[in-house]
Design a protein. Sequence first.
Length: 269
Amino acid sequence: MAPASRLSEDAPPAVQALVASLYPAGNVEVVFHPQCFFSHGHFAGSEAQRADSFVEVANDPDFDALWYARGGYGSGRLIEAVLPRLTPPAREKAYLGYSDAGAMLSALYGAGFRHAAHGPMTHEIARDGGEAAIARALAWLVRRSPAALEPSVASGGRTIAFNMAILSSLIGTPWLPDLSGHVLMLEEVSEHLYAIDRMFFHLAEAPTIRKVAGIRLGRCSAVPPNDPEFGQTAEEIARYWCERSGIAYLGGADIGHDAGNKVVPFGGL
C-alpha cells in the first residue's frame, strides 16, 4: 500500500509478471491495495484513507508483509492515527520501504516491531535496473536472503538506515527510537551540498545521534550544482561532522535512491 504518494498504474502488472517468473510455483503473491491509486493532492488518498489502508493490511494475518508501494511524502502524517490501532498480527509482519517510509519505519521500530527494514519499493520497477531491485526486495521479504542485505550488515550488531532529511525531521519527536549502539547508514537525493552539510550539522549535534556506534554514508545522488562550488564532497562533509562530533565514520554503505539500494534491517539480523 501507499502511505505517501500515489503509485503509477503501470507498476502492478510489471511487478506481478516479475513475481510470476521468479516464483513459478505460485507460492508468492504481491497484492496491490486499491488505495495505491487514490489521489488527494500530493497524496495517495486522504489521511484517513491512507491510515485505514495501512491498518487494514498490517492487521490482516493473511499477509506476511506490508511493502511500501513508493515514497514521496506523507508517512509521518499517519503515525499517530496508525500506531494505536495495530494489533498482534501487525507485530509479526515485515515492513519494507525507504525514503519517506523511514518516518513510519522508525515509529514502528521504536514501538518494538522487529521486522522493519530500509529497502526497495515496488515503484523501483520503473527505474533502470528495477527488476533486480524488486527481486532483491522479494528475496528479503520471502526468505530473508543474506544476499539482499547491505554487505556490512553481515558483520553483526545493530543497524538502521535513513534518508538524511527524514531522519533530521524525526529528531525531537517521539518517533525516533533510541539509536544507542546502532550503525547508522544515511543516504540523500536531489539536495545541494550545502543542504547536506546543514543536515549533518543537525544530526551530528543531536545528543541522540551521538550515541550511535558509527555512521556509514550511502549514495548522495542527483546533487544540484552549487554556485559557488561548496568545496567538499558529500563524503568529506560526513567525515568533517563525524570528526567534529566524536562519531566514528565507518565508510560507505550500499544504499541510495536507486536500483542498487540494498536492504538494511532496523535492529540488524
